[in-house]
Design a protein around this ligand. Structure first.
Ligand code: HEC
Length: 397
């Protein structure tokens, strides 16, 4: 069987497949010396590169980049941009160090700003531990492609976070598909994942996850799932089958990749919405959880918390930060989840019913500004949610 792995980045989609050996890819262009010898280079590498790229390549082209005044940059570094997920560094660095980082960031930005987001396609054969593969650009011009499914005939449906659903057919993108729900496309939110019903050929259901804005116009939002059928260029039979509660004003940690298991249950994660003390350890809300629902949105009778008073019955596991990947293992049928953790704390978890995966009580990571959130990487608890009071070991798998 040919293995298809899809990577997406801000402007291209790559399709990757197993191939013959060759040399590893070259790094993207190094920073000019003037910048790499900058006094803030080490702080940048340690605290910023993980999100903004070693060569600042993950900064988007924004007005402040051409603005000579550093005030806006200094303010963003010092106080963060909480709704976007940019941490505040006022406790990490002195004002001098922050000024120096701002200088470093500005000096490192090349004159040709299109470089900032360009992927490396010059040397398309990549070696990993397991495979050699070719990187090929299939669709270009997309803005933050997020979800992708192949329809039975080979066409692709591609969601863009900004709120566009595209069909890629015979080498080109058709006009955007109409009939999407109201979507809040801000911060990390927007149109998110796509998934086909396991019996798509018979029933035509397409599952779409997205950041749903509150109807009261408050600007609050949370993850929701709609299913719909596709007729020509139009979604029809739209049904909202899940809406995560409570809605909140933050615009990050929506989680949201979806996967069906062999029995036809739909699994997906909702992130902690940036409120880690509030939500993931409490069962009275949907945030910071993996959920399991039937294909029509109803609740499976054997979900672990259906009989727990006050618990959201769709919860399958809890204590998650930002569960961004959900997949069924094709051989074992197990559900695996990848979790966007704090700095150094990303996780790959095998999802089991009723388990607490520990966030934010245990974690291998630290906060992105370098402060410690928890020193614990495991903890024993009496889990009174189980009738026999099993002694459970909370751990990061
Ligand atoms: C956890 C990820 C993360 C880390 C770590 C991080 N940033 Fe950011 N940063 C973001 C996000 C998200 C944004 C908002 C989107 C954007 O402008 O790219 C942002 C925005 C910025 C901006 C633009 C602000 C504006 O007004 O538009 C600057 C400058 C910046 N970061 C500098 C830094 C520096 C310097 C560091 C290290 C000390 C750092 N960032 C660490 C995620 C991060």
């Amino acid at each position: 069987m040919k293995t298809w792995i899809i990577f997406s980045c801000s402007t291209f989609i790559y399709i990757i497949f197993g191939l013959s050996p060759c040399s590893p890819p070259k790094e993207t262009a190094e920073l000019p010396d003037v910048v790499s010898q900058h006094p803030a280079a080490a702080n940048y590498a340690l605290y910023c590169a993980g999100c903004h790229g070693r060569n600042l390549e993950k900064f988007a082209d924004k007005a402040w980049m051409s603005d000579n005044s550093k005030d806006a940059i200094i303010k963003s570094i010092k106080f963060g941009l909480s709704v976007d997920g940019m941490p505040a560094f006022e406790k990490t660095f002195s004002d001098e160090e922050i000024k120096s980082l701002a200088d470093f960031v500005q000096k490192g930005i090349p004159k040709d700003k299109s470089q900032l987001k360009k992927p490396d396609t010059k040397n398309p054969i990549v070696s990993s531990e397991e495979f050699k593969f070719v990187v090929d650009t299939v669709v270009s011009g997309l803005k933050v492609p997020w979800g992708l499914v192949f329809l039975p005939g080979g066409d692709m449906l591609i969601s863009e976070r900004a709120g566009t659903l595209n069909r890629y057919s015979n080498g080109k993108l058709s006009a955007p598909i109409e009939g999407l729900p109201a979507i809040l496309a801000r911060g990390q939110g927007g149109l998110l994942d796509l998934c086909l019903h396991p019996k798509y050929a018979e029933n035509g259901w397409i599952y779409i996850s997205y950041s749903s804005p509150a109807k009261d116009g408050s600007g609050d939002s949370n993850t929701a799932i709609m299913r719909a059928r596709l007729k020509g260029n139009q979604l029809t039979d739209q049904q909202t089958i899940f809406e995560a509660l409570p809605m909140v004003s933050t615009q990050h940690h929506y989680g949201s990749k979806m996967a069906f298991d062999r029995e036809g249950y739909l699994y997906f994660g909702v992130g902690d919405r940036g409120e880690h003390f509030e939500f993931p350890q409490e069962l009275n809300n949907h945030n910071g959880k993996i959920h399991r629902i039937k294909d029509d949105g109803s609740i499976p009778e054997d979900n672990p918390f259906v009989k727990t008073k006050g618990a959201m019955p769709s919860i399958f596991s809890y204590g998650h930060r930002n569960p961004q990947g959900t997949a069924m293992h094709p051989e074992t049928g197990e559900i695996w989840e990848s979790e966007h953790g704090p700095k150094g704390g990303d996780e790959l978890n095998l999802i089991k019913p009723g388990l607490n995966y520990g966030w934010p009580v245990i974690s291998y990571g630290i906060n992105y500004n370098g402060t410690v959130l928890t020193k614990l990487t495991e903890k024993k608890v009496w889990n009174n949610l189980f009738s026999i009071g099993n002694l459970l070991l909370l751990h990061v798998e």
